[in-house]
Write a protein that binds this ligand. Structure first.
Ligand SMILES: Cc1cc2nc3c(=O)[nH]c(=O)nc-3n(C[C@H](O)[C@H](O)[C@H](O)COP(=O)(O)OP(=O)(O)OC[C@H]3O[C@@H](n4cnc5c(N)ncnc54)[C@H](O)[C@@H]3O)c2cc1C
Ligand code: FES
Length: 274
């Protein structure tokens, strides 16, 4: 059992939890994730390791309540324990000294971009971070991002905080002005990662995205997390979750993510009213 030792409500639908998982914390690296099952009858859901501490054995997760399993996890309180907490899973990010890099985090994508930006900063890169959300209420960890970034830019769709517009607008501006950007990491909703990859492709800037397909076993056995990259089939849980954004088949990724929309709605309605 894995104890919840801290719970923080970051917005009406976004929660942070610190979980005691010393074996996971001992090995966790930027870019990796865990699979959590809240209780015996729960569904296994993948969540990024937003932060980890080897000394305290604590893993931080940040999640948006979008369906039944994330809502169920969000209802748990400090002192309770989750049944399964498996990880670290997935390949770590390739952290090197590239020079000047841009980290883009959209919406809940701020959680996975934070450990990557932090690791890139520690490796000596100049880190320019661009984070954004639909509105100010949904934007979190701007202070943490500021601490590990050389420059931080904020965008909200409605202009309630930072610049009005999308993170991709700021990204495009940057690439037009600064020619020396060595690499971009872009993490967030598929539509955002797709748009960011299209922009960077035009500027020939290598771009890494973190794919978030539906996962089941997280070990490469079930095939649920299939993505097509450079026309080859890859499994996001073992070959990723990070891939070259210029080579991802985005149409397929969008189709597969929406595959169970009806079923997800039915289970949410059924369980919420029970
Ligand atoms: C490697 C990886 C890391 C992830 N890290 C995080 C994280 O740090 N924080 C976080 O909040 N979420 C993260 N996700 C997404 C998270 O796993 C899903 O939101 C969760 O499984 C949804 O479960 P649910 O039962 O609550 O909702 P469901 O009932 O399964 O889905 C409800 C709604 O959410 C949409 N949805 C389902 N799965 C995803 C998904 N993978 N991505 C986007 N939308 C989805 C559905 O289309 C549906 O509209 C990650 C996914 C992957 C693969
Ligand atoms: S989740 Fe089963 S193969 Fe990746």
């Amino acid at each position: 059992m894995y104890k919840i030792i801290k719970k923080q409500i970051l917005s009406s639908s976004i929660k942070l939890m610190e979980i005691e998982a010393p074996k996971v914390a001992a090995k966790a690296k930027a870019g990796q994730f865990i699979i959590v099952r809240a209780n015996e009858t729960g569904e296994r859901i993948p969540l990024t390791i937003a932060d980890s501490n080897k000394n305290t054995g604590i893993i931080t997760i940040i999640f948006q309540e979008v369906g039944y399993s994330t809502l169920e996890l969000g209802r748990m309180e400090v002192g309770q324990s989750v049944t399964d907490f498996v990880g670290p899973l997935g390949k770590p990010s390739e952290i090197e000294n590239y020079g000047e890099i841009i980290c883009v985090g959209g919406g809940i994508g701020i959680a996975p971009i934070y450990p990557i930006a932090k690791a890139l900063k520690n490796a000596g890169n100049k880190v320019i971070s661009i984070i954004g959300a639909r509105t100010k209420e949904l934007l979190f960890w701007d202070d943490q991002m500021r601490q590990i970034s050389d420059e931080l830019y904020i965008a909200t769709d409605d202009g309630s905080y930072g610049q009005q517009g999308f993170v991709t607008d700021i990204l495009k501006n940057f690439l037009e002005q600064r020619k020396q950007i060595a690499k971009v990491w872009a993490i967030g909703p598929v539509v955002m990662m797709r748009a960011a990859s299209n922009i960077t492709k035009a500027f020939h800037v290598p771009t890494i995205v973190s794919m978030n397909p539906i996962m089941v076993d997280g070990t490469g056995m079930c095939g649920a997390c299939r993505v097509a990259v450079n026309q080859e089939t890859k499994f996001a849980c073992v070959d990723g979750p990070e891939f070259d954004g210029h080579l991802v088949d985005w149409d397929l990724a969008e189709r597969r993510l929406n595959m169970f929309k009806e079923e997800e709605k039915v289970i949410l309605d059924k369980k919420l009213w029970r």
